[in-house]
Design a protein around this ligand. Structure first.
Ligand code: NAD
Ligand code: DAU
Length: 338
């Protein structure tokens, strides 16, 4: 029996990870620390809050006393740090909170993990720390970091802190850098669920710039299995890129969604671009495939079908998350893009 501290486990990827662990690894207890920002949603853990292997704690990763107390109380063996401010557009409007959570919060976790002699610290990072690619080539683990947005700069800073704690004091760590995830429970500020939600409501689909930006899409369950492999099999002090080998332009993805929902392409509206918009991300996953025997299992077509089916079957979830604050966010974020 092992006990892990998952931070940000009420967010999109964290909740999918917690669900996977509780379903597939019943010898593991999950202590789930999440402050429940706008993106954190206890509904994402429906059916699992009373699970005897799951303890949910509402709190901030920057609260040192709380984190230290949890590590002692539950004899935490490993930390998997998902907690973050995760949306690029928001970071361009309000970068301070990204530094607070992604940098300061991670620093607090690192200090306490070191003090409590945690066996493994897994930092969930992103391919965005590598910057942007031209039409050719892939990010490998040795690609120099060149973050372009306040979000990716804060994630790169956190990665550097994790590395420094390993180098200076021997903290046993891993860093994972994944490409764009999609799937159930993703907050509809991100491209795929935003487009599904707008299409369902016959609202215009706001495509930034020419829509020819490329992302390497990975179904969230495949990201979760990769993280589990890293947690349980990787040597300390290693970094793994995780990708779907599945490059698509934004317009390709949006047309697929419209076709699948039987909605007209006339809903597509090109709007003002994101400042500093990274043109292309593409991941070379050879290292994790070779060393940890990980493979993505869900094709893009299958993943998009599953995702759309999930949003269609969970209209209540969608209604709850898009009410109130989301409406204000949508109005302010898209008002000056028209
Ligand atoms: P998300 O925004 O859906 O969830 C983030 C979660 O962290 C929320 O539940 C939120 O309440 C929680 N949180 C925020 N600040 C906190 C704090 N101070 N203390 C405790 N909890 C806090 O994000 P996501 O898309 O699930 O991303 C999870 C992680 O994976 C992030 O670190 C992100 O950088 C990384 N990542 C995301 C993607 C992607 O495509 N979404 C890809 C690669 C890496
Ligand atoms: O690559 C991993 C990263 O992927 C993660 O680290 C981030 O947390 C996650 O948010 C995601 O970042 P992106 O900026 O790539 O994702 P987003 O869903 O915001 O945008 C995907 C693409 O779609 C991007 O080219 C911008 C475009 N877009 C996005 C929105 C929200 C639009 O054209 N219109 C939109 O309304």
């Amino acid at each position: 029996m092992r006990t892990i501290l998952v931070t940000g486990g009420a967010g999109f990827i964290g909740a999918n990870f917690v669900r996977m662990v509780l379903e597939e690894h019943p010898d593991t207890t999950v202590v789930n620390l999440d402050v429940l920002t706008y993106a954190g949603n206890i509904e994402n853990l429906k059916g699992y809050t009373a699970n005897p292997n799951h303890v949910f704690v509402r709190g901030d990763i920057g609260d040192a006393a709380l984190v230290a107390g949890l590590m002692d109380k539950y004899k935490i063996g490993a930390v998997i740090n998902f907690a973050a401010e995760s949306h690029v557009d928001r970071s361009l409007v309000e970068p301070g909170v990204f530094i607070q959570t992604n940098v300061q919060g991670t620093l607090t976790l690192l200090k306490i993990a070191l003090e409590k002699k945690i066996e493994r610290f897994v930092q969930i990072s992103t391919d965005e720390v590598y910057g942007s690619l031209g039409p050719e080539g892939f990010f490998t683990e040795s690609t120099p970091l060149a973050p372009n947005s306040p979000y990716s700069a804060s994630k790169a800073a956190a990665d550097m802190l994790v590395r420094a704690f390993g180098h200076s004091w021997g903290l046993p760590y891993n860093i994972t850098r994944c490409s764009n995830n999609y799937g159930p429970y993703q907050f509809p500020e991100k491209m795929i669920p935003l487009m599904i939600n707008n299409a369902l409501n016959n609202k215009p689909l706001p495509v930034y710039g020419d829509g020819l930006y490329v992302r390497d899409w990975l179904y969230v369950y495949d990201h979760c299995t990769a993280i589990w492999k890293v947690l349980t099999k990787a040597p300390a002090g290693t970094i793994y890129n995780i990708g779907g080998n599945n490059e698509k332009t934004n317009l390709e993805v949006i047309r697929l969604i419209l076709n699948r929902l039987g909605k007209p392409h006339s809903l597509i509206h090109h709007v003002k671009d994101r400042p500093g918009h990274d043109r292309r991300y593409a991941i070379d996953s050879a290292k994790i495939m070779k060393e940890l025997d990980w493979r993505p299992t869900v094709t893009f077509e299958e993943g998009v079908n599953r995702t759309i089916d999930w949003y269609l079957a969970n209209t209540d979830w969608l209604k709850h998350v898009v009410s109130g604050q989301y409406q204000q966010y949508y109005e302010s974020m898209y008002a000056n893009r028209r």
